[in-house]
Design a protein around this ligand. Structure first.
Ligand code: SF4
Ligand code: SF4
Length: 405
């Protein structure tokens, strides 16, 4: 079990083995102060929807139910019709199925509140290999097993939740992540580009569900691979720890104004999972491809957010219940954002759709635009992005009419 550091820290942090600041913060760009507090999963917006009267409502309940049940009535507008919800909920099926497996019997919602436990024993003998070779082989295996991007970082207690949460009992649960797994493998999987172009729509929610479902297949398989090498490994999706800071520390990308990871390969259009392990590994370095400088001059996401949940000014400290305290960064107003989701009856990814990093980088001309955003040409790249109408919404009917051949 994790030995918890004090949950609440005072000014000029007094904790014995201070975890507030770490040398890696210089490379990731996070400014962490001694006001830092680790996050309790109870305050996640989806969990607040279960216990907090400021968030929960009949509309919220119907929003969650819509992922499992037939809607009483479909909207007449394109993108919110029967086939759109049918696809969205099918894309979520693997994620929901695995999350529900042990919920009633063991009070575990695996992948969303708790780590996964569905593994075979693995090998009793450890592979005889170096950390360098392990890392090389692991990355090769991870790509084969379905990860679109892989990075490795050191375990960082700051991003691990203080407690888990039980939506069955509406109470905190002890954090059950072992504290002797020193390495974290972080993977990212691409979300479908064309369906994201139709946001806001229930159809685009299929990209979210599909991203999670792909992540789960990859993270479970990679975890079993590590166990088959004779080492311990714990697979985690949205549960247990904050994925974005770990992904940044593992060199998968940078932090954007919209509060999301921006990767060089897929921009912000990714879902993240991670594996905590004692397999000896080497670490990757955080990367810098100009995202912070681009976000400083670009406001596509904060301008495009229909409820103005994304800040348009400089990074700052926040003191809201559902956000990390003591970290200077752009912070999305989670309450405003979630309210918009529940009002429209599906999740929203407008901030992903409009982001200039949301491009198909297999195309040469898009790679040129990405390169321009690494240097002084970023103003030209952002102007071109608008001029060429990147990020504009496409109709759901357009997507359904594409040939599937
Ligand atoms: S998901 Fe939608 S509502 Fe939420 S911050 Fe992004 S644009 Fe705004
Ligand atoms: S839309 Fe612009 S400001 Fe927002 S995250 Fe993307 S690059 Fe940064």
């Amino acid at each position: 079990m994790t030995t918890l550091s004090p949950e609440t820290k005072t000014r000029n942090c007094q904790c014995e083995n201070c975890i507030c600041q770490k040398p890696i913060d210089k490379k990731t760009g996070f400014e962490v102060t001694d006001e830092f507090q680790r996050f309790n999963q109870k305050y996640d917006m989806f969990n607040r929807a279960a216990w907090d009267d400021e968030v929960r409502s009949d509309r919220v309940r119907k929003f969650f139910e819509s992922y499992f049940t037939d809607l009483a009535e479909f909207r007449k507008v394109e993108g919110f019709q029967h086939r759109d919800y049918a696809l969205r909920n099918a894309a979520w099926y693997i994620a929901d199925f695995t999350a529900d497996l042990l919920e009633k019997s063991d009070d575990r919602k695996e992948g969303f509140l708790d780590t996964y436990t569905m593994f075979r024993e693995g090998a009793t003998r450890k592979i005889d290999s170096t950390p360098e070779d392990n890392s090389k082989d692991l990355k090769r295996a991870a790509k084969f097993l379905g990860a679109d991007a892989v990075g490795i970082c050191e375990y960082d207690e700051r991003w691990v939740y203080t407690h888990n949460y039980s939506r069955e009992k509406l109470t905190d649960k002890p954090m059950d992540l072992p504290d002797d797994l020193p390495n974290v493998v972080v993977i990212a999987n691409e979300m479908h580009h064309q369906t994201i172009e139709t946001v806001p729509s229930a159809l685009s929610g299929a990209a979210t569900g599909q991203g999670y479902s792909k992540d789960i297949i990859a993270v479970l398989s990679i975890t079993q691979y590590i166990r088959n090498l004779g080492y311990r490994a714990v697979a985690s999706l949205n549960d247990t720890a904050l994925s974005i800071p770990l992904a940044i520390q593992a060199g998968l990308g940078q932090y954007g104004r919209h509060g999301l990871l921006i990767t060089p390969e897929f921009g912000p259009r990714v879902r993240i999972a991670k594996i905590f392990t004692d397999l000896p590994l080497t670490f990757d370095e955080p990367i810098d491809f100009g995202v912070t400088e681009t976000c400083n001059v670009c406001r596509r996401c904060s301008d495009g957010c229909p409820v103005k949940a994304i800040p348009s000014d400089a990074p700052e400290f926040t003191d809201s219940m559902s956000n990390l305290k003591g970290v200077k960064k752009w912070t999305v107003d989670a309450k405003k954002c979630f309210k918009f989701w529940t009002n429209q009856g599906t999740d929203c990814s407008i901030c992903i759709r409009v982001c200039p990093y949301n491009k198909d980088f297999s195309k040469f001309h898009n790679r040129i635009l990405r390169w321009m955003m690494t240097n002084q040409l970023r103003h030209v790249a952002l102007w071109l992005d608008k001029k060429l109408k990147y990020g504009e919404r496409k109709k759901a009917g357009w997507w359904w009419s594409q040939s599937s051949a």
